[in-house]
Structure formats: C-alpha cells, structure tokens
Design a protein around this ligand. Structure first.
Ligand SMILES: Cc1ncc(COP(=O)(O)O)c(C=O)c1O
Length: 449
C-alpha cells in the first residue's frame, strides 16, 4: 500500500464506521419494478413517451447531434445554444440567459466571480453545496460571508443590520451585499419567504446594492404559470439580480441557465471558469432541453404540475393523521404545516396567470416531504421491500439528528400509490414503536436487576 492508499483507506474506513460512507447503488437494487418516490423527475417528463418522441424527431432532423466538441469561447458556440438562451430568457421574463453544463457549474461560476473583494455575502444556512463552493472560491474573505437562519427573515434583518453597522461603504452603496437563497429547499421541502426577503433587502439597502441570487433548481417547471418558477409567480423577475434554473430535475435533462442582465452575462462569459474552460453542452442536450420547455410553453405542464401539488397535499394529509412534528419514531418537519387538500381543478386554477389571491396559498405545497427519523436506512429498506423507491438522507448531507427519508412526488404517481405509501409508513411506525417500547421495557428490567 502506498502512503496515499493508507490515508484514503483510513478516512473511508472511518466514514464506514460512522455509517456515513457514500457509495453508488443501482437505482433498482432488486431488479423489481418500483414506484419512484425518490427522483427529482417531478413532472415525470423523463418517462413521458410524448417528450421521447418529440426529442427523437428533433434529433433526427439535426445534421449532427453532437455539436463541435469545444468550449463555447472557441468553436463550441452554435445557433442552437443561442436560440435556447433566447427562448429561456423570454420564457422566464429575463433580459438574457447563459447556459451552463450543470446547476453546480452555474452556481460555482456566478458566485465565484460576481462578488467583489470588498463586498459581503449573506446566505440561507441551508443553501446548496454548489453555492457554498462558489462562495468559498469568491474573493470575499471568510468574515464577510454570513449565514442567516433558514427562511428566517428576522435573522436576515439582524445580519444585514450588523453589516450596515460594520461597513459604512454598504450604507453609501459603494459596496454590495449578495444574498443567496433557494426558492424550494431540497432537503426540507419548504419554500423561501422570497417576497419578504426581497422587500427587506430593498428596504435596508435602498441604494440598489443588495443583490439577490436565487436558485430555482427544485421549483422550475412546478410553480408559476407554465412552470416559470416562484420568482415569476411572485412577479419579482426584475428585482432579482441572478436566477439559476436547472434542467436536471423537473425538466428531465441536465444543465442550467443563469438569468441576468446583458452586462452580467458578458462578465460571466469573460470570467466564469466552468463556462470558459469546459466543453459546450452537446446539441442533443440543447435539443432535449428546448423540447421539454416547448412542452411547457404549449401548456403541457400546468395540469401535470397541478397533479403533483394535489398528491403532495394528499400525502401530507394522510401522514398528518398519524405523524406530527413531535411524533416518534417518524415525524414531519413543522414547516410542512397542513392545509386542506385542494382538488386538482383548484390547483390548476391556482397556477394560471392572474390567479385570485385566495388561491395563492396553493403555491405553498411542495413535492418534497421528508420523514424525519433516527432510522432512515431501515425505513428506506422497509419501503423498498414493499415496492417504493425512497432514499435515506443522512449526515453530513443533513445535520445530525435531522436524518430522514425523503419522499419526492411525481406527476406519474397515482393517488393509489400515495395512499399505499402512507399505509406502509404507518405499518413501519407501528412495528418500530412496538420494538422501541419492548427495548425500553427490557432496559428498565435490566436496570432493576
Ligand atoms: C438547490 C440546488 N442547486 C443546484 C443544484 C445543482 O444542479 P445540477 O444537478 O444541475 O448540477 C442542485 C442539485 O441537486 C440543487 O438541489
């Protein structure tokens, strides 16, 4: 063994001992058909025969599905990339768009170069790893990167007040504060209070030097008219400096677009290293993304998204009958408070343009429902044995004590599948509760002896 082997083995063995060793497991370990309650294919577009047919037809019509294998800065920039950027900018009510090969690249690319050395960065404590990597690589020193408590507008206010006290250049507008949030958080399945955050940032930084950077990875395709996302649904498009929409979730492809001003786009083209020093997205991916967005623009997505929102409320309603934020051995996060389940028709109405304000709460339903449990692996295994694919999410992806099984709902799921899933969770809770009680009795007896 070389010294490298020794070092890596030791680290991985330590992870294995702490039961946090990551590995690549097949999606369907048993080879049995399973109901997908795990992937981020929220609109079930990855399984859509309509999308498949359209993509294959569009690819057939291309002279080459590959595109020049080169950076866009050299020979890789084609009319297909530019047309998709224009289509996405128009769809998302943005001035311009710039494609990246992944959401990870988009966040790293933008966060690394946009904040100036003297600027400040403020971010939600649950922001995605890619934003962390971008922020760390930025020129902003560590002491000027501040987190605020998850979705806590008051705490954000406290952090901004601290910054204003510490740096007069922020008050005069000379220096910027970059504020990073997601719209729908992937681990807790809760939505950001985005409107309140934008209003707070604007009121505390009235010189226009508070810049919102919003990651819509999980809300793309699911919220707003035709799936334009939360920013568009809330009418905030022109108050956000940078938006990131990714294509690896509801859009069933991969890649991302950064929506911004022409000036920022030009700056990113000059400085964002994941764009400059990487091969351009191949045409087959550009075409697949375009076709998926064509389908949204044709209105294919609204009813489908409405079904996901409906299933999500239904599952929450069923689970809430026997789980609560304090129940054991499985609990629901308190943030997923239950509202009454809307009908599919009501949900569709809520997603249409100019929906009545009374329908806006519908925006609050989430396709991600975490089941908080100290035994994520056994629960996930039990559900797997019953034919449901759900994944355990453990430390360090989530904090210790916050381990969970994450349920993701999809347009392709049926009401019956959701009801069966709830029944199986209830079965596990009953059995696990009995086992825990027996264990406690045995412990008590042993203590008495
Ligand atoms: C919030 C968020 N942002 C960015 C990304 C990265 O996107 P991609 O998978 O396209 O690299 C993810 C992926 O999990 C995500 O959840």
């Amino acid at each position: 063994m070389t010294s490298l082997d020794v070092r890596l083995t030791k680290i991985l063995e330590s992870r294995a001992k702490r039961q946090i060793l990551r590995s690549l497991t097949p999606t369907q370990p048993t080879g049995q058909p399973v109901v997908d309650f795990s992937s981020n294919d929220y609109l079930s577009l990855a399984r859509s025969p309509v999308l498949r047919t359209k993509v294959l037809a569009a690819l057939k019509a291309l002279p080459s599905p590959y595109g020049p294998p080169s950076s866009r800065l050299l020979d890789g920039n084609s009319s297909h990339h530019l047309a998709l950027e224009a289509q996405l900018a128009a769809f998302f009510c943005a001035e311009t768009g710039l494609l990246f090969n992944s959401g990870f690249d988009a966040n790293v690319g933008a966060w690394t170069v946009l904040p100036d050395e003297e600027d400040w960065i403020v971010y939600d404590e649950l922001i995605h790893a890619s934003v962390h990597d971008g922020m760390r690589a930025a020129r902003v020193e560590k002491g000027k990167r501040r987190s605020f408590k998850h979705n806590d507008v008051e705490d954000l206010q406290r952090v901004l007040k601290d910054i204003l006290r510490a740096d007069s250049g922020v008050k005069t507008g000379e220096r910027s504060v970059w504020v990073g949030v997601e719209t729908l958080y992937s681990m807790d399945g809760d939505l950001s209070p985005l409107k309140e955050i934008v209003e707070l940032v604007e009121s505390m930084l009235p010189k226009g030097n508070g810049h919102m950077v919003v990651d819509e990875a999980h809300s793309t395709g699911l919220y707003g008219n035709q799936g334009r996302g939360v920013v568009c649904a809330l009418g905030l498009a022109n108050r956000i400096t940078v938006r990131v929409h990714t294509f690896g979730k509801a859009m069933a492809c991969s890649g991302a677009v950064v929506l911004c001003s022409p000036l920022i786009r030009s700056y990113l083209i000059n400085y964002a290293r994941p764009l400059i020093y990487s091969t351009a997205m191949p045409h087959m991916n550009v075409i697949a993304i375009k076709t998926a967005f064509d389908m949204l623009e044709e209105g294919h997505g609204d009813a489908v998204a409405a079904h996901v929102h409906y299933l999500s409320t239904l599952l929450l309603q069923l689970l809430s009958a026997f789980l609560s934020p304090t129940s054991s051995p499985v609990s629901l996060p308190p943030t997923l408070a239950l509202t009454t389940a809307p009908s599919p028709a009501a949900t569709t109405a809520a997603l249409t343009p100019n929906a009545s304000p009374s329908l806006q709460p519908m925006l609050l339903t989430s396709p991600i429902i975490p089941l908080i449990t100290a035994s994520p692996r056994p629960l996930s295994r039990f559900l797997g044995e019953k034919g449901f694919l759900v994944r355990p999410i453990t430390y360090p992806t989530v904090p210790k004590g916050q381990e969970r099984v994450r349920v993701c709902l999809h347009a392709g799921n049926t009401e019956d599948e959701v009801r069966r899933l709830s029944e199986v969770v209830s079965e596990w809770v009953r059995d696990e509760g009995k086992r825990e009680a027996a264990e406690a009795r045995e412990k008590e007896l042993r203590a008495k002896l």
